[in-house]
Design a protein around this ligand. Structure first.
Ligand SMILES: [Fe+2]
Ligand SMILES: [Fe+2]
Length: 138
C-alpha cells in the first residue's frame, strides 16, 4: 500500500536520525569513560549503530526514497551514570522505531532486517542496563 510505504519511509528516516544521534554522542562519551571494558562495549555499540544507519539508508533507497534524516545535536552527558542512562533511553527509542516500522511492511526480507536491528538494540539495552546496575551498586 502506498500509504504504508510513505509511513515506512518516514519511520526509516526517524531510525536513521536516531542512529546518527547515537553515533554523534558515543565517541564523546567513550572519550570520557575511564573503564576500559565499558569503553570497549560502547565502541561495539557504535559499530552496530553505524551498520544500522547504512542498512536503514539502503532500505530507504530500495523503497525508492532518499534519506533525509537529521543529525540530532544531542546534549553530551557527563559522568558514567548519566552517559549510560542517556544511551539506555536512546536504545528504547530505537526499539520503538524499528517495532513501528515493522508494522508498515509485509515484505519478509525487510521485516527480517528490521527485526534484526530491533534485536540488536535490545541487546544493547540489556548490556547498558547491566553496566548501569554495576555503577549504581558502586
Ligand atoms: Fe541502532
Ligand atoms: Fe543500539
Amino acid at each position: 500500500m502506498a500509504e504504508d510505504r510513505a509511513k515506512l519511509l518516514q519511520a526509516l528516516n526517524e531510525a536513521l536520525s536516531a542512529e546518527y544521534g547515537a553515533l554523534w554522542l558515543l565517541p564523546q562519551h567513550m572519550a570520557q569513560v575511564e573503564d576500559e571494558e565499558l569503553r570497549r562495549q560502547l565502541g561495539l555499540i557504535a559499530d552496530a549503530e553505524l551498520e544500522h544507519a547504512e542498512k536503514s539508508a539502503r532500505m530507504i533507497y530500495e523503497l525508492g526514497g532518499k534519506p533525509n534524516a537529521d543529525l540530532p545535536q544531542l546534549r553530551p552527558r557527563s559522568g558514567v551514570r548519566e552517559i549510560l542512562e542517556a544511551h539506555v533511553e536512546g536504545e528504547k527509542q530505537s526499539i520503538a522505531i524499528y517495532e513501528r516500522a515493522m508494522t508498515f511492511t509485509e515484505d519478509p526480507r525487510m521485516r527480517k532486517m528490521l527485526a534484526e536491528m530491533k534485536g540488536d538494540e535490545e541487546g544493547h539495552q540489556r548490556l547498558l542496563e547491566r553496566s548501569l546496575a554495576r555503577v549504581k551498586a558502586g
